[in-house]
Design a protein around this ligand. Sequence first.
Ligand SMILES: [Zn+2]
Ligand SMILES: [Zn+2]
Length: 160
Amino acid sequence: MISQILDIPVEVCKSPVLYNGFDRSRNQFDATEILTCLDVFSRRNEENRLILLVTGDDIFRPHTRYVFGLSRPKTKTAVISSARLNNEYWGLPYDEMMLIDRLSREGAHELGHLLFLDHCSNPSCIMANPSTLDDLDIKKSMLCPSCLAKMNKKKVSVFV
Ligand SMILES: [Zn+2]
Ligand SMILES: [Zn+2]
């Protein structure tokens, strides 16, 4: 689905990426530390492709309560978390299709940053910046015409 949204080739790899950054007091992982571990992984493997790690762990960025995902365009690495994209987290019935749909839209958003796209003011664009799940659910599974025009096709790896 990500490859359809961004119109780029995507490979899914089962990967033994180990990361740290667990914050015991918050019971969450620091997404910036996960990205640092991914940077090391990418360098060690001489990986030139973009890397998106999909984790089930709840993640945060310093000074925020949580994030759905975080990216670091300079090193071509990004992470997204399914923890809060899951209906069950919010007390709603489990819906696998909904979870996959949100993961693919959030994943496409972070990969968009890796392709040097900025946030977009169009709320239905993949590059809109969602602060809540409702914001995320408003987004369509596509880039708006102006973001689409900015994007160049690149090759991407998705690590799960
Ligand atoms: Zn963003
Ligand atoms: Zn846009």
